[in-house]
Ligand binder design. Sequence first.
Ligand SMILES: Cc1ncc(COP(=O)(O)O)c(C=O)c1O
Length: 386
Amino acid sequence: MYKIGREEAEAASRVIESGELFRIGGKYREVIQFEEEFKKKMGAEHCLLMTNGTQAIAASLAALGIGPGDEVIVPGYTFIATAIAVLSVGAIPVIAEIDESLTIDPDDVEKKISRYTKAIVPVHMVGFPCNMKRIMEIAEKYNLYVVEDACQACGGQFGGRYLGTFGNFGAFSFNYFKILTAGEGGALITNDIKKYERAIIYHDCGTAFWSYEQPITEPLFSGANMRSNEITGAILRVQLTRLDDILSHLRGHKKKLMDMLNGVPGIRFNRSNDINGDCGTWIPFIFDTAEQAEKFELAVGGTRPINTGKHVYENWVPILEKRGAHCDAMNPYRFAANAGLNMDARRDSCPKILDYLSRTVYIGTSYDMSDEYIESIAEKCVSAVK
Ligand SMILES: Cc1ncc(COP(=O)(O)O)c(C=O)c1O
């Protein structure tokens, strides 16, 4: 969470006082208005506000018809939710390496494509944009779908275009730790009306219980309840008005610290695919060895991404141990349709991920960081590498 306050409280109160908390028939149409405003901001044709980002990814995959018999390539550096979303539709996540940008390595994606591959899920991890030019070229060459996981990168861009708008779908999270937040929440965006209808069906218990102007024409199929509510919509509408301001603060702080440290011997930043589109939430420093990184981490009070638990594939127990559901019969790793697919997820399958993450140290930004605080961090960084 970067900024929240009175306006959000007033928006939530307005909904509560109206007594209309359901997204359908709500007095203020908060969810529908958020969807309109978010899609306009992103430059997409359709938006669906949902319960969370995990389900936004799953609904995107389901809308694309991905399921048993399909492989979906995901990076091994992302919150486990990305891979779990793939399993939740019955497909198998195939884990790809990252490169120095800490985002999915397009060369490794290409190596991992098989005749079963249906989609790539590039993840704009901690607001770092993936190389969407390469990813889209690969997707086109091999006729694959792309679902961008922009859960940690709302408002980020690649080449001046919003993340989440390159692929068939873009998925966002509005949980407590994200750039925009309502405590929990998620959204998907797409330009494909038919696939959008399927996402609506999937997220609304397999019905078309809907108040939109267009009738649902796609055949109904079973899904689950991932509907959002008017309080979330109201809070997020206020949050969305803050997006540019939040990002300009974060980016400004990041630039200030990077400028202060530029050229200091012993300090190097990870390569970015687009530093102007980067969200500014974290500043990544890369070292030659994990020992140097650890020393720096301790001296400056940073975080090494190798230690961020379920964000690193080596800690994805359900996937490493192939327990893809709560019971065997529903476990995609056991489906006959998935026999012969790439299930080779081991703790050591992606050595580049473990290497880059152990040699990287993050320093986080916050909305209200003062210049004095940034200067004090810069001083710590300089003395740590002396
Ligand atoms: C990269 C990434 N993908 C997906 C998710 C899932 O989002 P949610 O928590 O809203 O389900 C998260 C949340 O932490 C995330 O960081």
